[in-house]
Design a protein around this ligand. Structure first.
Ligand code: ASP
Length: 322
């Protein structure tokens, strides 16, 4: 009996010691659901380096790709709710995916929001060999050549895919989509001339546009990008109402303790206040939300509003899962 009590006490002490470990006491993993070298991966790298300073632990990036980002998000949501596995995602993974895939998780109920990070519009870009010089000419050219055009995406249900479907429905030209595991490799193939077009995130395409390697026709926002004021908005270029904001954010699995979420949120807020991080994001057209929109509550409310806005539109488009 004495031995049983003793063993019990020892076990309790061990549990107590584990619980007493201050968070974080080991490296943290951010699951990026798209390829390395793409825009989601770039955001993860930009903020994780600065989050490490605030958290005092290294922040590792794990690229788990496939099915429009739903494989990586599924991996993160099944992790222990202890603040050591974070889900980085965006409008595609944490809004669009839910209207297309029979997901094994609920986008609103199985996650706790941590913080909104940055947003940017989509950009219609083609390889340089396409003869069109502006959006109107591109639409005419697409109408005449629709069966020959390969449009790269990051997989069914990704932001680039959904934006491409939205574009094809507006211009009433069926597009042929080519899925990749992220728009990083899709963009490489566009630059190499292997595919013809991407409706890509501004932050992914901009550097190649500025280097003259691909051509930009319009961005999906009401205002032009501060870093690329020569690229017209879709409204100006002849496609009024083609507005999509792609925003990226961090979540953790449901059940993660509130004090851990607060620490993670504070580390993101610190990163977004850091001039070097701000510059790095701004240089590629990413806009950081104002401080009051960097709270977990603001992200939760925004995600819900985006689901309410987009799901009826996506469901009406009847997109089939991969
Ligand atoms: N931006 C991509 C998308 O279309 C994904 C990526 O980050 O590669 O959803």
């Amino acid at each position: 009996m004495k031995r049983v009590i003793f063993a019990g006490l020892a076990a309790l002490t061990l549990v107590g010691a584990a619980q007493a470990q201050p968070y974080p006491s080991r490296p943290i993993t951010i699951v990026v659901p798209f390829s390395a070298g793409g825009p989601t991966d770039a955001i993860a790298r930009a903020i994780s380096e600065r989050m490490r300073v605030s958290l005092g632990q290294s922040v590792i990036i794990e690229n788990v790709t496939g099915a429009g980002g739903s494989i990586g998000v599924g991996r993160a949501v099944r992790a222990a709710p202890d603040g050591y596995t974070l889900s980085l995602g965006h409008t595609g993974t944490h809004v669009v995916n839910g209207a297309i895939y029979p997901l094994q998780y609920d986008l609103l109920n199985d996650f706790e929001p941590v913080a909104l990070i940055a947003s940017n519009p989509m950009m219609v870009v083609t390889k340089n060999a396409i003869p069109a010089k502006n959006l109107r000419e591109l639409i005419d050219w697409l109408k005449a050549n629709s069966d020959k055009i390969a449009t790269g995406t990051a997989g069914v249900g990704s932001a680039s895919h959904f934006s491409g479907v939205y574009f094809q429905n507006l211009i009433k030209v069926p597009l042929n989509f080519v899925p990749y595991r992220g728009t990083g490799p899709a963009l490489q193939d566009l630059v190499a001339g292997q595919i013809d077009m991407i409706v890509d995130q501004a932050s992914n395409a901009l550097t190649q546009v500025q280097a003259g390697k691909i051509r930009a026709y319009a961005i999906t926002d009401a205002k032009r990008l501060a870093v690329a004021p020569d690229i017209p908005t879709a409204d100006e270029a002849g496609l009024p109402g083609f507005h999509i904001s792609l925003w990226s954010a961090l979540w953790v699995p449901k059940g993660t303790p509130k004090d851990i979420i607060a620490k993670l949120n504070a580390a993101v807020v610190d990163a977004l206040a850091d001039p070097a991080v701000r510059q790095r994001l701004a240089d590629v057209g990413l806009e950081i939300p104002p401080r009051e929109q960097q709270t977990p509550q603001a992200l939760g409310a925004y995600q819900k509003a985006e689901i309410e806005k987009w799901w009826p539109i996506i469901k009406a488009a009847n997109i089939k899962p991969e």
